[in-house]
Design a protein. Structure first.
Length: 412
């Protein structure tokens, strides 16, 4: 007997056949796994995303913001030249096969706007808006996305608080236009206060980083102990204790800090912006002077916008400068995908053409059908012309059928 006659095949053993099929199915399923923090945006959610992208950018354009669309990849010399260490860690690096130079896949579009303004901005005030995908090496927060759709607006060349107020107004106009059930809560800060105190106290870089770490962790006992050994330590401790109330904070600061023009200006800006938000938008506002997550990047007012009880901000913004470009700017950005759960699309009119009528219609009737389908699509209907009798979309609302030698739209 040959060796082949003793072989156990999947044809002769159904259990082995099922085993092979199961393994194949597992291999296919594993090959389709997406990385953590990366998801498909499908069907209605994908349509919502495109509607939001278009609607929000059109509103920004109507307000005088110029739409720009920077590339997904750039050489790291330009993409990361002004970037914080956090942003550098969030950026994927790749090698350009043409030049051998290091490139970065953008994790934030704002640094690209710095380059665009330096090249094309000129001397006056410039407004930019954008909407594009970014990619992060790590998710932001628990279950955060690594592939946000980032939309934002920036104003360059205006040093006054008027630019920050305009952007706040634009932000609320955008959010309110979506008729969301969610409420927007704004948390304000001003990094210039801590920056100026650090200069007045002649803090070392290590002391600065230690204080920022303690602020971020809200560790008041350890902060109090550390501040006892620092020059102007009572001021740094006061930021954590009273940094939510500008009147209280001003009273608790030392005479040196109270008499400093930069600190006084920052306090006045915060009070003015808070009042504007409350009066113009009836918005819930909180202040946290120790919010320094963008310390190495921001230079003045900073704000985070939260919807409902979400722990991660929907919107981040604030004042920054281009350092080498020496041009004041302020802006905000948001992840459009975060809005999907808070809006609903209008009910769609989904039409299918009666397949049997298509196959039996005369040439004149089919020509008339093409004209009527085009007209319905122009009016916003979703019309499917089936390829066979089983080709029918889900949740149809209308059927286009031949009735008495005319194509008529029937409600289902």
């Amino acid at each position: 007997m040959s060796a082949s006659s003793n072989a156990v095949t999947s044809d002769s053993n159904p259990y082995l056949s099922n085993f092979h099929l199961s393994n194949f199915a597992n291999e296919v399923a594993n090959s389709w796994l997406l990385p953590d923090g990366v998801v498909d945006v499908l069907f209605d959610e994908a349509q919502k995303q495109e509607v939001l992208r278009y609607r929000l950018t059109q509103q920004l354009i109507s307000r005088g913001y110029q739409l720009v669309s920077p590339p997904m990849i750039e050489f790291t010399e330009s993409l990361l030249s002004e970037a914080s260490e956090d942003l550098k860690r969030q950026t994927f690096k790749i090698i350009d096969q043409l030049t051998g130079r290091l490139m970065g896949v953008r994790a934030d579009i704002t640094p690209q706007i710095l380059r665009i303004d330096a090249q094309w901005g000129g001397e006056g005030i410039a407004r930019y808006c954008y909407a594009g995908d970014v990619i992060h090496t790590l998710p932001t927060g628990l279950f955060g996305s690594r592939t946000p759709l980032q939309l934002g607006a920036e104003i360059f060349g205006c040093e006054s608080l008027d630019a920050d107020i305009e952007l706040i107004d634009v932000l609320f106009s955008l959010v309110n236009s979506l008729n969301m059930s969610a409420d927007l809560h704004v948390d304000l800060g001003h990094v210039a206060i801590f920056k100026r105190l650090s200069v007045l106290a002649d803090l070392s870089e290590s002391d600065t980083e230690q204080l920022m770490h303690l602020y971020a962790n809200k560790n008041l006992p350890e902060l109090k102990r550390v501040c006892q050994s620092l020059n102007m330590g009572s001021d740094f401790y006061a930021l954590a204790r009273f940094g939510h109330d500008m009147t209280q904070l001003s009273a608790k600061l030392s005479n040196t800090a109270q008499q400093d023009n930069d600190i006084a200006t920052a306090v006045e800006e915060l009070q003015r912006l808070k009042t504007h938000l409350q009066q113009q938008w009836q918005c819930e506002v909180s202040i946290d002077i120790t919010e320094l997550s963008g310390y190495h990047y921001h230079t003045g007012i900073v704000f985070n916008g939260y919807i409902n009880s979400e722990t991660q901000p929907l919107v981040r913004g604030g004042r920054f400068d281009g350092m080498q470009q020496l041009r004041e700017a302020t802006g905000f950005s948001m992840d459009v995908s975060r809005l999907l759960a808070h809006i609903e699309l209008e009910s769609a009119n989904i039409v299918v053409v009666n397949y049997s009528d298509m196959t039996t219609g005369t040439s004149d009737q089919l020509q008339s059908l093409q004209s009527q389908v085009a007209d319905l699509r122009n009016k916003g209907y979703r019309v499917t012309m089936p390829l066979d009798a089983n080709d029918c979309p889900k949740d149809i609302s209308h059927r286009l059928s031949m009735i008495e030698d005319n194509w008529q739209l029937e409600t289902i």
